[in-house]
Design a binder for this molecule. Sequence first.
Ligand code: CAA
Length: 696
Amino acid sequence: MSEIEAVNDVITVERAGPVALVCIDNPPVNAAGHAVRDGLTTAIAALEADMDVRAIALYAAGRTFIAGADIREFGRPPEDPWLPAVCNALEACAKPVVAVLHGTTLGGGLEVALGCHYRIGVPGLKVGLPEVTLGILPGAGGTQRAPRLAGIAFALEMITSGRQVPAEEALEAGLIDEIREGEPRDIALAAGAEALEGRIETRRTGTLEVAPDDAAIAEMRARMARRHPLLFSPHKCVDAVAACTKPIEEGLAIERALYEECQASPQRAGLVHAFFAERAVAKVPEAAHAAREIGRVGVIGAGTMGSGIATALLLAGCPVTLAEVNPEALARGRGTVEKNLAGAVTRGKLTEAGRDEALARLETATDLSALADADLVVEAAFEEMGVKTEIFGTLDRVLKPGAVMATNTSYLDIDEIAAATSRPEDVLGLHFFSPAHVMKLLEVVVAAKTAPEVAATGFALGKTLRKVAVRSGVCDGFIGNRIMQHYRKAADHMLLDGADFDRIDAALEAFGFAMGPFRVQDLAGLDIGWTYRKRHAATRPPEERYVAIGDRLCQEGWFGRKAGRGYYLHEDGDTRPNPDAQAIVAGERARAGIAPRSFTDEEIVARYMAAMIAEAARVVEDGTALRPIDVDAVLLFGYGFPRFRGGPMHYADSVGLPELVRRIEGYAAQDAHFWQVPPLLRKLADEDGRFADLNS
Ligand code: CAA
């Protein structure tokens, strides 16, 4: 007979003769928040003192063993007991302590396990120390105990990459001692008995010798310097692991000091914000509605975008019908899908059998009537209203009742597209980003008449595709492209005023953007922006400052990388500023009567960010985005915004809103049309508020 006693709300102890089972039950992921730490400490102390108990086994209820420290507690004053003390108490326990791990045993969860004396993994287990992705390092002994079990080189790779290691690999490396089938509780019960009978060999990780490996440390230091010159914590991770050849107490003290430096870093705050942004965007009003069932998906248009969307759907297991009127274009599109899937095989994301199955799910058609049985259709045809309304009119006739009709338009008015059908409630925008099978962002654009369950279906599809789906209202460019158009203008203004395009790119890349705005345009194709500007020429306010440099490049046919030249020359994999583009810049400056002035990198970044934040504030103010954190997610997952800075709204809060207002007012002295303080920004600044206040 066993008895179960609750230590607190999240920890129970079950006594089965001389074996005590400690169960952690803190849904959803058993994060090691204060109650878990406190409960474990109390339980271990009590069991150690209990003469009837001779072995202890830890396991967890629900989908996973502890998936890490409770990230929501970061940045708050720490509450005793800390996780390192819990791990040290487990290791010091005089009785054998076994841990049974399942699910995703990550971060502080793995550190708890490393503090135990024997580790059993349930098949399917993944372990990892992903702290580096949150701007910190494993601060509860992970940098000292992982190398003692798996060696310095393995621990360094695992800790600096944050990757999840499958059970088999963890076993081979020595991080866990065995893999055993069964329910975690049953395994814990059996293993506890085996431990006390000496049938499994328990030992304290901290007492193990670790072979020095200076070469691995030097190599990793060099790799981190190359790969992450702007990041703080990867370098601290290496420093912490390097201390593991010292006696364990000394190593743990060094780890703690480095951990605290990381916790205090603004990068930690930015990366944790990005972690929550990725999840917060799913909390939309329509989430309460049941999504429609999605089986076969139709994709219209076999260009780069349509083929990319089809690839993303196939990779997620959906059957797809790719439709394109032009048979040659359709054949090319199919070829692109095949190439994309082959790339996934090369990158190890897909097996060859998986590729064959994906291709077997792909059908092609030159007639939209082939989409009659589709549950959802994504139109990715030419970006022109007439083309779109014609397609939607046809879809209205051929699609079955209840089918969801999505347009992948980047800028066009979805209400107008929906009006071309007799069922506008079934129409929404699903705005993918190129390459659609790689980029994580998906804007789910909810039009005036979109039914809530249709919006919910858009989010469900986003989840199937493992994308970060963000809700946007209808406007010119939705959340992302609308903000981008604005900050690109700020970059163009600086270019005309004297900052060279390569200098602007370099300053923004040093700030952390994956690419500067001119390099991005070269990559995407300068003709895209040109088409946009031509479409807006008639409605452009006369007082708007217009920079025609991009137009001049396009008039020469210099569309960027695909043409071999744009702002840059793209030759043999090499990129350098295009002297002809520089001449065009000089000519435009002269034509406008501008004496070029110099800009510091700080000024370039400040103006660019002020423009981004100003338009982002308007996007929140007019309800296009639900909350500031949605804007952050869009820029982070679709526009190469540096993750460690958390997104433009988080960054704005870190700069200080009154300071931003002052900057914009200063710039307005030169261009009052472009630089206007958004009322929301002014209001928050006046009230000493932050954008973060609007996130809940
Ligand atoms: N702390 C607090 N909340 C967490 C959390 C954590 N460590 N991990 C997940 N959650 C929350 C999520 O925010 C989400 O909440 P909402 O439903 O309110 O949005 C919920 O748990 C479910 O998470 P997911 O939607 O991500 O679920 P999933 O099944 O897709 O993934 C997971 C599960 C793999 C555990 C994933 O959540 C994850 O990677 N979590 C973070 C793991 C991590 O980084 N751990 C290290 C923490 S740092 C640390 O441990 C420091 C130290 O050394 C002391």
